[in-house]
Each structure stands twice: as structure tokens, then as C-alpha cells.
Write a protein that binds this ligand. Structure first.
Ligand code: ADP
Ligand code: MG
Length: 745
């Protein structure tokens, strides 16, 4: 492979500074796409992040961005790197010079050379404090483009030039204060907006700061405190009460409980004993442990989640398309409207000052910023908030789709049920002794990953059965397994599977009915064509399954259960959790067909599964929810990952996505109607340019503040952070007084 080929699909992200609005993001995107080797480029105005896929070198990408007049931050960070100091100094100096300008012109104060003092102060404000607008506009102009900077600098320059000419020609009417105030107001607005915007990524910055700066490790029998980046693979780390875990690893000594809420959104302490996994960023409660590092730094689950969430935040929602299109042509359109305005007023015989004032108001009132911020800020906050709740959303599109769902399909085993079945009855229908039968069944099931197989193997080994190696093992997803053992043909699976293979299961109907009931599943084992055993397995619904289903229904979503299990078992489990509609005896392909049938009825269909044997159905769904186990991040295969195996989170994810879409709609409505109303009013000459500048500056702040409301979003049921925080506090207190109640449980 040539080096360029290996580089072919790399992802580079750049932190871009000095972006003004969504149209800036659009022009940067276009410029990046022109760089040789770039296959995909996305720029998110809200987070300031550009994500580029392809083979182009970082240098070339940075150069393309800089040529447009934007900056690239050295370290790849989001808004956290925003240094509010420089803009603040600019803002303060602009304001402190603008105040005397305002007072002098407002009260018509006259003193020697007062007009020239006014001119001097205004010049400093406009071209000193406001220099960034002119530089930005000029750089855009070189590429025959226009952006917010163009509007602001043209607005204030018009007032400035007109007034200077008046002054030079001995005229009496000049509006220098207008030029100064416009610049100051826009600077205030921009400053406040950038501060608010920085808050949109708070959730993820908080996650990123969770790995502790140092760790105590055991080197040659001695305790050494080292910086995080000095940790070595497979090293042993000592964790004391209250410590944060610095890397992913396996406990080798000691016992404790750990708060994993940063990853799972659940604050219930999780017990850890030797052999258990611990994750970077989680917090140790009161025990002492020693663990061996498995994964460090960028390879940890925490780092993985942060990367995925950042990428998701930078992605574009379909809802953004219209706003994108509009903001692409927005600035040129406004420039056009402004010049037509001036022309018409002059044509109607009005004085130049009046015509210019109206066209300045048009330039200044129009706010492409609000339009550009409407969607990405809400998406960024929404996806960040979801991550805090233990819900990983793959991209903005998934979030939008999730808000539209009206049908949710659930897999049964491992999704609605715990997926930890136990064998309740083991029926011997052969003439072999029990231990020999157990040995055959366990040997055949051992290679299988299925929860039933694990339960059967566990049951047999607990009874000291001999587990042998089989040949020709084959697992048939959703049906069962076949294998050869000492030349004998063994089949284990559902009743349906055995019947399909031409084996008569009716002979043991009486025995089967006896051990069935209460939601048990029957699995049949056959050898050389005749049934040798019937095994009953019980898998109970998850604790929160019932209330989760209630919440799904409360969202006007119909829950439907799909299972490969027998009808009777399915009916019982469905009854227990309150699902009215279910389909049983489905093979994986049938599940896919079932999903398409629902879709064909015009429904928006989501699928919740464990992500292992449900991959084909998950892939076919409008939105797929995969249940993780809290440690393995299965987000690659699904659009939404519920980090901890809790289907209640599916309801929470939908509710959050609906809230996010609601906020996006409010934002877009505001941004569109604001411009649609404000521009004509300004063109009619009804607006003072100063008021126009103030409105423009604050209209975009409003949008950001509205999006930030999502940061405080709480699921209705009270399972959110605040409720669980209280719970975890209580647990810690108990821990202190009673030394680890969880260990004793
Ligand atoms: P679900 O659709 O509820 O998730 P699966 O598709 O995993 O269930 O399995 C469907 C049925 O296939 C099970 O109820 C069981 O009868 C049978 N089955 C699948 N794999 C095995 C196995 N390894 N051993 C025995 N039975 C199996
Ligand atoms: Mg399953």
C-alpha cells in the first residue's frame, strides 16, 4: 500500500476561529471541498469544528481556511479554547470611547474643535475596535463573497463616510455617533453570543475533563505518582476512596463500588471485585482496589464516547437544509435590498441622508446569524445532554428521525428480558443416564453465544457434566444449533426448528405442557432424529421494562414485541410488561419482513435490540436503538446506543429528541419571521440604524439562549440526573456507615 492510500480515509478535525455565521461555515465547507483529496467536509458553526474526510494533508486544509480570513486553533478543541479576554478588551475600549461620542452628539455639546474630537474618537472605534469587521469583509471581497462582516462594515462605513464628507464640506448634519454605536453594539452582541455559544458544548467538555491529571501506580513494588500520559500499558494502578479511575482496566485486588454515571447516566454504585472491568473517568466510592491497565488515553471507553459525541454534534440535521440554503444567498440578497432601498428613496426625491439611513437600517437589521445558529446550537446541546443521560446519539439525523417515531419494535430475549436465563427443568426423554445426556447437550451448546446456550452449559457444568469438543458446529440465528459429537448428529433449538428438520415433537406434548408456563421457553434437543431432552428456561423481564413500556405509550408510540420464541412464552412476557401487540416464532429474516410491513403502512419505525443477533433488523429500521452493557460501546452498529442496558432510555431518547426538534422549530420560526418582518420595516425607513444594530445583535443571542434550555432537560419520570444524584449521595452515606452494603447484597 502506498502511503497516500493508507491515509485515504483519515478524518481530520479543525477548530476554526473568527466564524461569524452559518454562511461563513458554508463558504469554508466549499473551500475545503476544493482542496485536493478531500472527500467530505463539514463545518459546524455552533461548535466551531470542521470535520474533513479524505487524504488531504492538515497543512493544506489549514491554508484553505486561512485564505478565507478565518483562523485555525493549534490544539483541536471546541469552544473551550475561546479566549474571551481579547474580545472583551476590544469591547470595553469601544464602549468607553463611544460613550463620550454619544454624550457630545446627543446634547449637541459645543467646544473648540468639538466636531474634530468627535471624528477622532469615532475613527478609533470604527477602524480600531471594529477593525475585525473591515478585515473580515475585505478578505471575503477578495473571493467575491460577503458575510456578516460585510453588512456591519458597510453599515457603519456608510454613516462614517457620509458624516466625514458633511464635515469637510461644512455641512451641519452628521451622524458620527451612529457609526460608533453600531460597532459597539455588534461587539457586545457578538461577545455575549460567543459566551453563550461556548456553553453549548459544556456537557462534552465536562466529560473530557473527567480523567484525573495524575495516577498512583505500583512500579517495582513502590507507589509512584505519575502524570496521566506517563502511564504505561498493563501497569498496576492503586485506587483509593474518592479517586477517579485514570484508565480502563481489570480489578486484580480489593473490592469497592464505583459510580459510573459519567458513562451510563445511572448513579447507582456498581460493585467491583477482582476480574471486573473499570473505566476511565468513573469515580471510586469507599473501597481500595488495585487494577491492571487494559486501555490508555485515546483508547479508553471515555475517550471513544467523547470522540463520537463530538462527531455527532458536528453533524448536520436535515432540518438545517432550508436554513443553509437561505443563509447561502442571504447576505447578497440583503445587499441588493439595501441598494434598491437607497435608490427608491432617492428616486422619490428624498434627501440623501434619509435614503442612506433606510438602507443602513436594512443592512444592520438583517441577521443571518440567528438563522445559522438555530439548528446547530440545539443539536449540540441536545446530543451533549443525551450523553450525560447515558444515551449516545450517532448524528443529528438520527436525533431528528427519533423525534418522528410512532412505532417501536422490541426484541424479546436480552432486550425486554434480562437475557440471563436459567434452566428450571431438564427433562430426560432418552434412555441414557442423566450425566451422559447433560454432557451431550452441553458439548453441543458450548460454542454458541446465545444466552440460552450459556445457561444450559452453566447448568450442566454445575452438575459436573463432561463438556467435549464437537465438530461441524453451526448456529442458526433465531432457531438453534446443530453439531456432531462422536459421529452422532445433535440438534438443539426451538420446537419450530426441530419440526422443520422433520422431527416429531408431539410425542412429548404432555411432558412439555407440564414444565411450561409462566413465560418459560422450551428448547428441544434431538440426536440422530429423535428427541432426547426438553429443557425449560426462564428469562425474566428487566426491572424497568414495564414502566419503560408505559412511557413509550405515553409518548403515543406503539410498542410491538418481535421474538423467535414460542407464541405462549411471548404472550406471557408481553402480558407481564404490558405490550398488546407481539409476533412470535420469527426468524431474523421474518423480523426484517415484519419491520418493512410496518414501514409500508406509513409508520416511522424504530427498533430496540441487543445489537448482536438483531443486526439485520436494526439496520433496516428508521432509527435503531442498541442496548449496551455499559462498557462496550456498540454505537458503531446503531444510531442510538443506550449505554446501560435499560430500555427506559429509549423512551427518554425519543422524548429528548422531540424537545430538541421543538426548540429547533422555535428557533427557525423566530429567525425567519424576524428577518421577514424586520427587513421591510427597515426598508420603509421606519427604523433608526442604531436600533437596527441592537436588534440584530440580540436576535441571535435569543436563539442560543433558547437552545441552552436543553441543558436542563429532565426526563419526565424523574429518573434523570437530579433524582439519581440524591440517590447516589444516600448510597455513599450508607457506604460510610455500614461499610459497603452492596458487597453484602
Ligand atoms: P429473540 O427473538 O427473543 O431475541 P432469538 O432470536 O435469540 O430470540 O431466539 C429464538 C429462539 O430460537 C429461542 O427462543 C430458542 O428457542 C431458539 N434458539 C436460538 N438459539 C438457540 C441455542 N443456541 N440453543 C437453543 N435454542 C436456541
Ligand atoms: Mg435477541
Amino acid at each position: 500500500m502506498t502511503p497516500s492510500m493508507t491515509r485515504n480515509n483519515q478524518k481530520i478535525s479543525l477548530s476554526i476561529t473568527r466564524m461569524r455565521c452559518a454562511s461563513c461555515a458554508g463558504s469554508i465547507e466549499k473551500a475545503l471541498l476544493k482542496v485536493a483529496g478531500v472527500e467530505e467536509a463539514r463545518v459546524n458553526f455552533a461548535t466551531g469544528q470542521a470535520t474533513i474526510r479524505g487524504s488531504a494533508a492538515r497543512k493544506a486544509l489549514e491554508a484553505a481556511v486561512k485564505a478565507l480570513g478565518y483562523g485555525v486553533r493549534k490544539k483541536d478543541t471546541q469552544n473551550e479554547g475561546l479566549k474571551p479576554l481579547a474580545p472583551l478588551i476590544r469591547l470595553i475600549s469601544a464602549a468607553s470611547l463611544t460613550i463620550p461620542v454619544f454624550v457630545i452628539s446627543m446634547f449637541g455639546l459645543k467646544f473648540p474643535y468639538s466636531d474634530y474630537v468627535l471624528l477622532g474618537l469615532t475613527t478609533i472605534v470604527v477602524f480600531g475596535a471594529g477593525s475585525e469587521f473591515f478585515i473580515g469583509a475585505f478578505k471575503q471581497l477578495r473571493h467575491l463573497r460577503a458575510n456578516m462582516d460585510t453588512l456591519v462594515s458597510m453599515g457603519s462605513a456608510t454613516a462614517y463616510i457620509y458624516s466625514t464628507v458633511e464635515l469637510a464640506t461644512g455641512g451641519k448634519e452628521f451622524y458620527l455617533e451612529t457609526a460608533a454605536i453600531i460597532i459597539t453594539l455588534v461587539l457586545v452582541g457578538r461577545y455575549l453570543e460567543s459566551r453563550a455559544r461556548a456553553k453549548t458544548t459544556k456537557a462534552i467538555e465536562k466529560l473530557a475533563s473527567l480523567a484525573p491529571p495524575t495516577a498512583t501506580c505500583l512500579r517495582e513494588g513502590k507507589e509512584v505518582v505519575v502524570q496521566l500520559d506517563e502511564l504505561r500499558p498493563a501497569e498496576k494502578v492503586i485506587i483509593r476512596p474518592g479517586d477517579r479511575i485514570p484508565a480502563d482496566g481489570t480489578v486484580i485486588e480489593g473490592q469497592t463500588t464505583i459510580n459510573e454515571s459519567v458513562l451510563t447516566g445511572e448513579s447507582m454504585p456498581v460493585e467491583k471485585v477482582p476480574g471486573d472491568q473499570v473505566q476511565a473517568g468513573t469515580i471510586n466510592n469507599n473501597g481500595n482496589i488495585l487494577f491492571k491497565i487494559d486501555k490508555l488515553g485515546e483508547d479508553t471507553t471515555l475517550a471513544h464516547i467523547i470522540r463520537l459525541v463530538r462527531e455527532a454534534q458536528a453533524s448536520k440535521a436535515p432540518a438545517e437544509r432550508l436554513a443553509d440554503k437561505v443563509s447561502g444567498i442571504f447576505v447578497p440578497a440583503v445587499l441588493g435590498i439595501a441598494s434598491v432601498t437607497a435608490g427608491v428613496w432617492l428616486g422619490l426625491g428624498h434627501p440623501l441622508a434619509m435614503a442612506l439611513s433606510a438602507s443602513m437600517a436594512v443592512l444592520l437589521i438583517s441577521c443571518p446569524c440567528a438563522l445559522g445558529l438555530a439548528t446547530p446550537t440545539a443539536i449540540t446541546v441536545g446530543i451533549g445532554r443525551a450523553a450525560e443521560m447515558g444515551i449516545l446519539i450517532r448524528n443529528a439525523e438520527s436525533l431528528e428521525e427519533a423525534s418522528k417515531l410512532n412505532t417501536l419494535l422490541f426484541d424479546k430475549t436480552g432486550t425486554i428480558t434480562r437475557g440471563e436465563p436459567s434452566v428450571t427443568d431438564f427433562y430426560n426423554t432418552s434412555d441414557m443416564p442423566e450425566d451422559e445426556l447433560l454432557s451431550i447437550v452441553a458439548s453441543a451448546e458450548r460454542p454458541s453465544e446465545h444466552p440460552f446456550a450459556r445457561a444450559i452449559v452453566g447448568y450442566a457444568t454445575a452438575r459436573k457434566a463432561l463438556v467435549k469438543t464437537v465438530t461441524g458446529f453451526e448456529a442458526i440465528s433465531g432457531e438453534g444449533i446443530t453439531a456432531s459429537l462422536d459421529g452422532l448428529n445433535v440438534i438443539i433449538g426451538s420446537e419450530q426448528m426441530l419440526r422443520d428438520k422433520g422431527i416429531d415433537t408431539t410425542t412429548f406434548h404432555k411432558e412439555a405442557t407440564e414444565i411450561k408456563g409462566g413465560g418459560k421457553t422450551l428448547v428441544y434437543a434431538a440426536m440422530n432424529g429423535s428427541i432426547i431432552s426438553i429443557v425449560a428456561l426462564q428469562d425474566t423481564p428487566r426491572d424497568k421494562a414495564k414502566s419503560a413500556i408505559e412511557e413509550i405509550k405515553a409518548l403515543s408510540i406503539e410498542p410491538v414485541m418481535l421474538t423467535g420464541d414460542h407464541e405462549d412464552t411471548a404472550r406471557e412476557i408481553a402480558r407481564q410488561v404490558g405490550i398488546q401487540r407481539f409476533k412470535a416464532g420469527l426468524k431474523p429474516a421474518d423480523k426484517v419482513a415484519e419491520l418493512h410491513r410496518e414501514k409500508d403502512e406509513g409508520k416511522k419505525v424504530g427498533m430496540v435490540g441487543d445489537g448482536i443477533n438483531d443486526a439485520p433488523v436494526l439496520a433496516a429500521a428508521d432509527v435503531s436503538f442498541a442496548i449496551g452493557t455499559g462498557t462496550d460501546v456498540a454505537i458503531e452498529t446503531s444510531q442510538i446506543t443506550l449505554v446501560k442496558g435499560d430500555i427506559k432510555k429509549a423512551a427518554e431518547a425519543v422524548a429528548l429528541s422531540r424537545q430538541t426538534m421543538k426548540i429547533i422549530k422555535q428557533n427557525l420560526f423566530w429567525a425567519f419571521s424576524y428577518n421577514i418582518v424586520a427587513i421591510p420595516v427597515a426598508a420603509l425607513g421606519l427604523l433608526n440604524p442604531i436600533i437596527a444594530a441592537a436588534c440584530m445583535a440580540f436576535s441571535s443571542i435569543l436563539v442560543v439562549l433558547n437552545s441552552l434550555r436543553l441543558r436542563r432537560y429532565k426526563p419526565r419520570s424523574g429518573t434523570g440526573r437530579r433524582a439519581s444524584k440524591k440517590r447516589s449521595l444516600k448510597c455513599c452515606e450508607l457506604n460510610k456507615s455500614e461499610t459497603n452494603i452492596y458487597a453484602r447484597r
